[in-house]
Design a protein around this ligand. Structure first.
Ligand SMILES: NC(=O)c1ccc[n+]([C@@H]2O[C@H](COP(=O)([O-])OP(=O)(O)OC[C@H]3O[C@@H](n4cnc5c(N)ncnc54)[C@H](O)[C@@H]3O)[C@@H](O)[C@H]2O)c1
Length: 304
């Protein structure tokens, strides 16, 4: 059976893809035929063994795409600049999809989820959540837009979460996610009429490697939520569906959830499941925020 590969001839970058949701997204983009650049912190490969990031790149290629691993520390803006220079050079300026996913705060968040913000080291807690997980997304989006604008097409997906709306884990986490949502919608205003779409995507609870280690092996308040969580590839399936939807423009600037996209595009996870629908009161909030942040209306308001 020949697989249809709707993203062949596409070039994508998924930041922070050595594990977790980034890995899952990169694999799905690869399965859809894309050339996928995956990044992760520099790691030594011991005794000639592949690093986790190199394994992800190899699996992308195995699944039908082209995987390229680049070691890049996203807390270092100079390295991020070099990354985009390399992509530009190797693809004649082409970049179709950026997934802003890299996140350096998981260990800190899991260890401190029950602490109060005033008991934590303020610089460590804020920077671990938001240096790579927000500031770097902004920097990546700038360089990605500069590649996408001349080609009049592109998709920028910023991975965020429910923490952008309500309290989740800790204060610095939520501030960062609200920032990711605002980043996605405000970029959409500036990108209006360029052919580039910017959205924020909230996965549900996801059974990543780190989640399995931290929450699924013992009894704790988060176990129940994550047990029924999504696989790491579900967000990737949603992004492939969005990237291939010819009517995706209507989502510009929106906060999307995997639950919403899963139902819209009929996407199923392992075991033929779909994530729980976003609670009606959450979706109501998202509808209002999305309506208020619609880029075209926002521009009209600005112009009086
Ligand atoms: N796990 C969940 O249930 C869940 C749910 C909703 C949203 N999210 C969000 O999804 C995003 C990814 O989370 P995850 O759970 O997959 O995390 P993770 O820790 O499993 O993966 C993060 C990735 O970022 C990379 N990374 C970290 N620091 C880096 C740096 N300095 N330079 C380059 N790469 C770096 C890591 O190597 C890893 O590949 C986060 O924004 C998170 O808040 C997670």
């Amino acid at each position: 059976m020949t697989l249809i590969r709707p993203l062949s001839n596409h070039v994508a970058l998924v930041t922070g893809a050595s594990r977790g949701i980034g890995r899952g997204i990169a694999l799905q983009l690869g399965e859809a035929g894309a050339k996928v650049y995956v990044t992760g912190r520099p790691q030594k490969n011991s005794e000639g063994k592949q690093t986790p990031l190199e394994k992800v790149a190899a699996e992308i290629t195995q699944r039908g795409g082209v995987g390229v691993a680049i070691f890049c520390d996203h807390s270092n803006p100079d390295k991020v600049k070099d990354l985009f220079e390399q992509i530009k050079k190797e693809n004649d300026g082409q970049l179709d999809i950026l997934v802003n996913n890299a996140y350096a705060g998981v260990d800190f968040v899991f260890e401190n989820a029950t602490n109060k913000f005033f008991d934590l080291d303020p610089v460590e807690s804020f920077d671990s959540a938001n240096n790579v997980g927000l500031r770097n997304h902004y920097i990546c989006a700038v360089y990605a837009s500069r590649l996408m604008i001349p080609r009049k097409q592109g998709l920028i997906v910023t991975i965020s979460s429910l923490g952008g709306m309500g309290y989740l884990f800790d204060v610095a986490y939520g501030v960062g996610k609200a920032g990711c949502d605002k980043l996605a919608s405000d970029m959409a205003v500036d990108l209006l009429n360029t052919g580039i779409l910017s959205v924020s995507l909230w996965p549900g609870a996801v059974r990543t490697e780190a989640v399995q280690e931290a929450f699924l092996k013992t009894d704790n308040p988060f176990k129940k939520i994550f047990e029924k969580g999504e696989s790491v590839e579900y967000s990737g399936k949603c992004i492939v569906a969005l990237a291939t939807d010819t009517e995706r423009e209507k989502f510009n600037g929106n906060i999307l959830t995997t639950a919403l996209l899963g139902r819209k595009y009929n996407i199923f996870d392992e075991g033929n499941t779909q994530p729980m629908e976003t609670r009606p009161r959450f979706q109501k909030y998202l509808n209002v925020v999305n309506e208020l942040r619609t880029p075209a209306d926002f521009r009209k308001n600005l112009e009086g």
